[in-house]
Design a protein around this ligand. Structure first.
Ligand SMILES: [Zn+2]
Ligand SMILES: [Zn+2]
Length: 250
């Protein structure tokens, strides 16, 4: 499995990265994990506009799903339209919410381009990938994912506060993409986001091979996020996500 970080900016796009979007490729199949604002542009550096086979949305905050709207335009009105519908795995409210974001009535919504599949906790197949979705701790229905392909495993936190489910999803993963939105300070809200230290603590408990800190909020000093991650007791390699970075988990 090849993992490309398309977007890793937290909560809104930054100067050097769109919001959350990760491209997973195996056996010629291309799966997007999240499709945050700005990511459709950068995605075209890494894949053909019409070469996405499936999309999986962790939750319905704008920074994780909004470029579904632009992609609907591309697949509905592009020069060779109609294109095959793309399955979109997402919380059950996605068809209504994304139709509203686009300015489309619920019927037909965005169904000319997409087949929506409601997520629920558990395991399922998307192309060559076996995904396990688990509910994480965020103010809306939000999932973290474990993605397995031929013995290699990627785990992705989505957006979450401290979560034993994230540790379970990430157990023994080769790579954990874990959000690190907060810098530590007194009175941080629970069940919203993680600090770098908390991300590293989750990586240590799950005994992952590599930790990549993501969902990096532009107003933070990312060097401080890294400094805090170094205090989390995780002994493996830690790095900051970067738009365009790739990881080959073959
Ligand atoms: Zn977010
Ligand atoms: Zn969120």
């Amino acid at each position: 499995m090849k993992v490309t970080i398309v977007g890793c900016s937290g909560s809104f796009p930054g100067p050097d990265s769109p919001a959350s979007c990760y491209l997973l490729e195996s056996e010629g199949f291309r799966l997007l994990l999240d499709f945050g604002n700005g990511s459709l542009g950068a995605l075209q550096r890494h894949a053909g506009l019409y070469d996405i086979d499936a999309v999986c949305l962790s939750h319905l905050h704008a920074d994780h799903c909004l470029d579904i709207c632009g992609y609907h335009v591309a697949r509905t009105y592009g020069p060779d339209a109609p294109y095959p519908k793309v399955p979109v795995y997402a919380p059950a409210d996605a068809p209504r919410r994304l139709a509203a974001a686009y300015g489309m009535p619920d019927e037909p919504g965005l169904e000319s381009a997409f087949d929506f599949v409601a997520l629920a906790p558990g395991s399922f197949e998307i192309g060559p990938f076996t995904l396990t979705a688990g509910l994480v701790n965020h103010p809306v229905e939000a999932y973290g994912f474990r993605v397995a392909d031929r013995g290699r495993v990627l785990a992705y936190s989505g957006d979450t506060g401290e979560s034993s489910e994230l540790v379970r999803l990430a157990k023994g993963a080769d790579l954990l993409l874990c959000e690190a939105s907060f810098l530590d300070r007194p009175g941080l809200p629970a069940d919203l986001h993680l600090t770098g230290r908390q991300a590293a603590e989750h990586a240590a408990r799950a005994d992952v091979g590599r930790l990549v800190l993501t969902h990096l909020v532009p107003w933070n000093d990312q060097n401080k996020v890294m400094d805090e991650a170094a205090t989390g007791g995780y002994q493996g390699p830690i790095e900051l996500a970067r738009s365009g970075a790739t990881y080959d988990l073959a």
